[in-house]
Design a protein around this ligand. Sequence first.
Ligand code: PLP
Length: 365
Amino acid sequence: MDDKLMLMIPGPTPVPEKALLALAKHPIGHRSGDFSQIMAEVQENLKWLHQTQNDVLILTASGTGAMEAGIINFLKRGDRVLCGCNGKFGDRWAEVATAYGLNVEIISAEWGQPLDPEKFREVLEADTEKQIKAVIITHSETSTGVLNDLETINRHVKNHGEALIIVDAVTSLGAVNLPIDEWGLDVVGSGSQKGYMIPPGLAFVSVSPKAWEAYKTADLPRYYLDLGPYRKTAAKNTNPFTPPVNLFYALQVSLQMMKAEGLENIFARHHRLMTMTRDAVKGLNLPLFAPDHAASPAITAVCPPESIDAEKVRSIMRKQFDIVLAGGQDHLKGKIFRIGHLGFVCDRDILCAIAALETTLQQLN
Ligand SMILES: *Cc1c(COP(=O)(O)O)cnc(C)c1O
């Protein structure tokens, strides 16, 4: 049915009406005082959301742009970096780092399992010459529904002392506690179409003073994603290039909504949605792809009943119930489907999706 489509994918996520209406306004000049006022407000609220006093820079890009910027601005050609790979996004950051000529060492775990912090400890402790310059971790690995133990891995990075910690928080920011200053996270990337509850198009990078120190000697090629000009212009509440002005209207509204709800409540809601989803899936006797102790609060990956293609489940959910679920990526295509519960999602959405899933399964056998 037209206009009834319910997005339950891990981005783009549903957008509240207030933000949609904000998008519909006329654009204004991005060098105007009115725009600077919006910029000042959103910058302050982004710091609140990120629990940091660090710069939180805003780019016109998708989440990948934020991560690429986060990697290339603080490293030198040939630098040794550790990449945690246990899914599609972890693999992507290893590809980006390789593309820029970094010396990439991968610490992997099976897709569906969390990264083992002990492996990071071993490699970091063995690096007595402090050659490892960065550790790149995907906090919530969206392709598998796994939440990696960033807090523990980061503790090992802090004990190493030299390496920066660069975090893909694209589906963890605004879903689970990520206290940037308390943990001392150097670079944290995210994107507007996830926990921010607005359409795709903006990307965010939080940068610590330690990372800015590294910026001074970094030598990888960069231009549009050079974070220096973003920092300089952000201090004057403006941008180096033309920003998507209407997305800023929507961001202003969505951050106000998040502030009104409060961080604790937002995290509690995501935790509840995750628990509801996982309990219901267990009740339907379907295996969950990620273990309980490493479950992402943003997305739940589910294995269909044996002999049923996950794409078949998605197709019925989409056609008959107007609910869009995500499929498996790469070798997981057909093997799992993924239920997004990130951003503007309430308990009712989960109840609907589960009821539709149960009916779908009945139809399939
Ligand atoms: C969505 C997502 C990204 C960014 O993907 P884009 O398509 O570039 O926005 C990065 N990491 C994770 C874990 C994601 O879920």
